[in-house]
Design a protein around this ligand. Structure first.
Ligand SMILES: O=P(O)(O)OC[C@@]1(O)O[C@H](CO)[C@@H](O)[C@@H]1O
Length: 314
């Protein structure tokens, strides 16, 4: 079973508009509302692809009620820790003309010390039936610095690999704690490490203790960086659509393969890049197109040296 934990879930609202103009008034059909947050999207995608999953997260207030109802309807196996604060919202506005998406993420409200302890206990309870732990998404303001390292430690003690997709200082802490896989995008990597060169940034995470860094690069595809080398995968032609949740689909692919015992970075990178691109074709985060095997067949995969990667990324 793939166990996901989302410390800062969101009620996702997605609007589709013909053309987004800053400062203008727009009319849209009723927005689609989903129980979101990165770990929820990972669980949805893996569940839809037939994997056994369990999504653990918090829910509170009126938004939390709506979140819990939608999650119940989705059929994704889950456990909710009830908290006193309202679940935050995340707004995605898809510009149909540009094929681009603007996202506003509320920062989220801080759970109490007891609620953090309840969330940790829910994860610890589920660990015995898990084959991989996924920690995904931002942390709410005021989150304890030690929360992500503690989750990694308990999972590693139980013999499980841990995949982490987070941002800010938590990304560095996850590397220091020896996460098996980290999946930053270019901006998150530069912000967390303070290193502008993406290759040097990814290698800094490996030196700190991560085994594999999957660096998502948008239209340029994805890079797998390990202590022993580099693999690059990209599509022959980038796809346009809604990229929200594309990174979560990559994490889902990685989690499914890790749960099956796969550890080859190239195999993982191929599936992650294909699922990520297949997510862009779907209107809502948390879904991937059933066309993903055809997309996988269009991948160009290489084992480049550092200089040619840098040229590609400049
Ligand atoms: O604030 P975070 O946790 O970084 O991102 C939250 C979020 O934008 O990410 C998902 C898409 O990846 C959405 O479902 C979700 O609401």
């Amino acid at each position: 079973m793939i166990l996901t934990v989302t410390p800062n879930p969101a009620l996702d609202v997605t609007w589709h508009v013909d053309r987004l103009r800053v400062g203008d008034t727009h009319r849209a059909d009723a927005g689609a509302v989903r129980a979101g947050g990165k770990g929820l999207n990972v669980a949805r995608v893996a569940h839809a692809e037939g994997a056994a999953v369990r999504a653990i997260t918090t829910a509170g207030g009126r938004t939390g009620e709506e979140f819990a109802e939608e999650l119940g309807r989705s059929g994704v196996p889950h456990a909710l820790v009830r908290v006193g604060q309202d679940t935050r919202r995340s707004i995605a506005i898809v510009d149909e003309a540009l094929g681009d998406t603007t996202v506003i993420n509320e920062r989220g409200l801080t759970p109490s010390d007891q609620e953090w302890a309840d969330l940790l206990a829910a994860v610890v309870d589920a660990l015995p039936s898990a084959r991989v732990l996924v920690i995904s998404g931002s942390l709410p303001p005021g989150a304890p610095d030690g929360f992500v390292p503690l989750l990694i430690a308990v999972a590693k003690d139980a013999g499980l690999p841990v995949i982490v997709d987070t941002s800010g200082p938590a990304l560095l802490r996850a590397a220091d704690a020896g996460a098996s896989v980290l999946k930053p995008n270019r901006a998150e990597l530069a912000e967390a490490t303070g290193i502008l060169d993406p290759l040097d940034g990814a290698r800094a995470l490996i030196e700190r203790g991560a085994e594999l860094v999957l660096l998502s690069l948008g239209a340029v595809g994805m890079l797998a960086v390990t202590a022993s080398g580099l693999v690059h995968a990209r599509l022959d032609q980038p796809l346009s659509g809604n990229p929200t949740g594309a990174g979560d689909a990559a994490v889902a692919a990685c989690a499914v393969l890790y749960a099956e015992g796969e550890r080859d970075p190239e195999v993982i990178l191929r599936r992650a890049t294909a699922w990520s691109a297949a997510a862009v074709l779907m209107p809502l985060a948390g879904d991937i197109s059933p066309q993903w095997p055809a997309i996988a067949a269009r991948l160009r995969v290489s084992h480049p040296d550092s200089d040619s990667v840098r040229k590609d990324l400049s």
